[in-house]
Write a protein that binds this ligand. Structure first.
Ligand code: XMP
Ligand code: MG
Length: 183
């Protein structure tokens, strides 16, 4: 499939690569101030957060360790089940660590609220969240997110790590997936 075919599966582009990078730089400047003199551990949530983690971690002008978790709350569909399973756990001991969870998107909030509770029981000194995108209208539980990139409408979005059935992650921007693709 050509890139132009993939892009025609979008009804609109919400954010371009440039807009995303500018936002990530903004958040990085804030994190540098908030974590000055500390040694944060970035925890990326696979697979959606891969692009955010790659750009955010390299934008940070401070040492930051990195680890990954894979959890599943979605099948190949577009609705959250609320059931979270750990598919891959962290390799790092969290005792005394300042953890920043790096996420692509908060939809219902179910995944992150579960993850927050889970990581807090492991003895971390602090656990905060950076989510590139948040859908306020989709919230089923309130999650305290310290760093949010963009608030977006309640549409299914893809690109910049976000997939539908493992496709579209490699789009450089974020766009709304056309309903004809998944219905
Ligand atoms: P919840 O509903 O638990 O969802 O906050 C968290 C996870 O669901 C995925 N998700 C999406 N993936 N486009 C996607 O490609 C979307 O619009 C979308 N909404 C939720 C995502 O993996 C997120 O971490
Ligand atoms: Mg995700």
């Amino acid at each position: 499939m050509e890139l132009s075919d993939i892009e025609s599966d979008l009804t609109s582009v919400l954010y371009t690569e440039e807009q995303i990078h500018a936002k990530i730089a903004e958040v990085a400047r804030q994190v540098e101030v908030d974590y000055e003199g500390r040694d944060p551990l970035l925890v990326g949530v696979l697979k959606g957060a891969v692009m955010v983690m790659a750009d955010f971690s390299r934008e940070l002008k401070m040492s930051a360790a990195m680890d990954w978790m894979a959890v599943s709350s979605y099948g190949s569909g577009t609705k959250s089940s609320g059931v979270v399973r750990i598919l891959k756990d962290l390799d790092t001991d969290l005792h005394g660590r300042d953890v920043i969870i790096v996420e692509d998107i908060i939809d219902s909030g179910l995944t992150l609220s579960w993850l927050l509770d889970n990581l807090r029981t492991r003895g971390a000194a602090s656990v905060e969240i950076f989510a590139l995108l948040r859908k306020p209208e989709a919230a089923k539980v309130q999650v305290d997110v310290k760093y949010v990139g963009f608030e977006i409408p309640n549409d299914f979005v893809v690109g910049y790590g976000l997939d539908f059935d493992e496709r579209y992650r490699n789009l450089r921007g974020v766009g709304v997936l056309a309903p004809h693709v998944y219905s």
